[in-house]
Design a protein around this ligand. Structure first.
Ligand code: ADP
Ligand code: MG
Length: 299
């Protein structure tokens, strides 16, 4: 009433768009926008009137709009980076092919001394590494053909784990799987999806430095339209300043030669081309969680 009587909130006897919180029955806080005024009769206050607007819906819509906008920006950024990467990859493909072809020819057609042989095979090995990177870039930019069929995601995950768990890096990692028996087949390019799973699982193992627990689960979304895959680790998690960048091409926190920074950008591109979503968050206790949502039947 003091504010209502003062001049400062829209004039004497008026309160305009005043924001308050009221407590709901369940103890929940409800944001309210209040308009009020005093009714005068002959200069005397005889009553007051107030309109309380529940702001929850408006605030929720605003939040959804904000997040849609930032998602749009992110998509835009990824698309232009992808185009750039694909351009570079195409430019590199031919000369790389030449380097590899001629190195092999020299290897086969000349009697080389041992040190020269060693040098040459080093050239070949490095050229092959470049070729692999270029290949990943092209997949990232979706310049390769997709072959979509219905696949069992649980099987794909099990197969990926089967390939990985024998590696030294996984020797001291406890793997827990909770694969739902109720998920339907998903229309997708299984080779590419395997690539996504492989990248995320490898990252997890690297983050844990070969020691910890890897948890993989699959579920059907509540609306029954999507398969949700969660891959979490007990590593150090992802620092707040790193989190917004992990899906960017060439972004890596690993030392040179260890990381290309392409794994997650690749995963992002593949999941997007399946009209799915890929997200990452830190586990409140420990480590990070990658969540992938794949629509069962993308249009
Ligand atoms: N499970 C994880 N835990 C902690 N950090 C991670 C995890 N997965 C990815 N990251 C971070 O994201 C960065 C980008 O990952 P990625 O695109 O796969 O590139 P790379 O593995 O070659 O560095 C990594 O360098 C790392 O900093
Ligand atoms: Mg990686």
């Amino acid at each position: 009433m003091k504010k209502l009587r003062s001049e400062e909130y829209g004039g004497k006897g008026k309160l305009k768009e005043y924001h308050v919180e009221v407590l709901g029955k369940q103890g929940d806080r409800i944001p309210i926008s209040l308009y009020a005024s005093i009714i005068y009769e002959g200069g005397q206050e005889v009553g007051s009137i107030g309109f309380f607007h529940d702001m929850r819906l408006r605030l929720r819509l605003k939040k959804e709009l904000d997040s849609a906008q930032s998602q749009l920006l992110q998509n835009e950024k990824m698309a232009s980076l992808g185009k750039l990467a694909a351009g570079v990859a195409h430019q590199l493909n031919n000369p790389l092919g030449g380097i590899m072809l001629y190195s092999r020819l020299i290897q086969e057609e000349y009697e080389l001394s041992d040190p020269a042989k060693a040098d040459l095979s080093r050239i070949l090995r490095d050229a092959e590494r470049c070729r692999d990177t270029v290949k990943e870039l092209l997949v990232f930019a979706r310049q390769t053909r997709q072959e979509k069929q219905f696949h069992d995601i649980n099987k794909a995950l099990s197969r990926t784990l089967f390939l990985l768990e024998k590696q030294v890096l996984f020797q001291n990692i406890l793997i827990e799987t909770r694969l739902s028996a109720d998920i339907p087949l998903v229309l997708g390019d299984i080779q590419q999806l395997n690539h996504v799973f492989m990248n995320i699982i490898l990252n997890a193992a690297q983050a844990m430095d070969g020691r910890g627990k890897l948890t993989i689960s699959t579920d059907l979304s509540p609306d029954g339209q999507k398969v949700i895959i969660e891959i979490s680790d007990t590593g150090p998690g992802i620092p707040e300043d790193v989190l917004p960048h992990v899906f960017e091409p060439f972004y890596t926190t690993k030392e040179e030669g260890k990381g290309t920074g392409l794994g997650l950008s690749l995963a992002y591109g593949i999941v997007e081309s399946h009209q799915g979503l890929i997200m990452v968050k830190n586990n409140p206790d420990q480590g990070s969680v990658f969540v992938i949502e794949l629509p069962i039947n993308p249009s």
